[in-house]
Design a protein around this ligand. Structure first.
Ligand code: PGA
Length: 267
């Protein structure tokens, strides 16, 4: 991790935690976590964010609005309104106080037909609504085994980010599909190599300052016992966490690790 960027520890709850459970979880998180303290302006902390299912967002917003813990949507549509049954406009998320929205998670791509083109439209729509999009990218196992990792990631980046202005504020999560929910984390070297590639791409194709400021998260079976080694990679600025974000103990431990790296307690 490079300490000039504030690390982000983001919990993607997927289709877990309905409104009551989600509200109770963030209440406990707020009470137990040092990451919720607003008075500690002098001591830097990792940023923490949760991504509940859409129906649970109002319950989460009620607890977290005005606190340092952020929340966001797991998906959005690119249109601002209309006949799109089941979809959510970015402005609706903004109205609830969402700071972020995930775009192009591999489950959306593989199970719900999302593609590079729709990811590009969603990125632009989220930004226009004042929400920071968090683009997910990453290769499947067969793509990795065929030596296509960088080619696939490059294609995903170009489609989603290629048309954005240099001022656009977004985050990228590198999530190799073979590591998601499998317990098979990328090695720190594999994650480091992919993140370095993404950062280099941002610098060459958008602007050098975009490469410097943009946070790159790793996602795929991140747990408290493997996060430390991932954070040692200079281009890993935090994580997008599925399974381990569902329990308070493991999610808090991950947030604490990122803060320890940021403050130099661990190096
Ligand atoms: P996982 O999920 O941590 O359960 O592997 C990560 C993700 O899908 O974002």
């Amino acid at each position: 991790m490079n300490r000039t960027r504030i690390p982000l520890v983001a919990g993607n709850w997927k289709m877990n935690k309905g409104p009551a459970e989600a509200g109770a979880f963030v209440r406990d998180l707020l009470e137990s976590s040092t990451h919720a303290e607003t008075s500690a302006a002098a001591s830097p902390r990792a940023e923490v964010a949760v991504f509940p299912p859409p129906v649970s967002l109002p319950a989460v917003a009620e607890v977290l609005k005005g606190t340092p813990i952020a929340y966001g949507g797991q998906n959005c549509h690119w249109k601002s309104k209309g006949a799109f049954t089941g979809e959510t406009a970015p402005a609706f998320l903004a109205e609830l106080g969402c700071r972020y929205v995930l775009v192009g998670h591999s489950e959306r791509r593989n199970l719900f037909g999302e593609n590079d083109e729709t990811c590009g439209k969603k990125m632009a729509a989220a930004l226009a609504a004042g929400i920071e999009p968090l683009l997910c990218c990453g290769e499947t196992l067969s793509e990795r085994e065929s030596g296509l990792t960088f080619k696939v990631v490059e294609r995903q980046l170009r489609a989603a980010l290629g048309g954005l202005p240099a001022a656009a504020q977004f985050t990228v999560a590198y999530e190799p599909v073979w590591a998601i929910g499998t317990g098979r984390t990328a090695t720190p070297a594999q994650a480091g190599e992919a993140h370095a590639f993404i950062r280099q791409w941002l610098g060459a194709n958008l602007a050098p300052e975009v490469a410097t400021r943009t946070r790159l998260l790793y996602g795929g079976s991140v747990k408290p016992d493997n996060f430390g080694d991932l954070l040692k990679q200079p281009d890993v600025d935090g994580a997008l966490i599925g399974g381990a974000s569902l329990e308070l103990a493991s999610f808090s431990a991950l947030a604490d690790s990122a803060t320890s790296y940021l403050t130099g307690l661990i190096s």
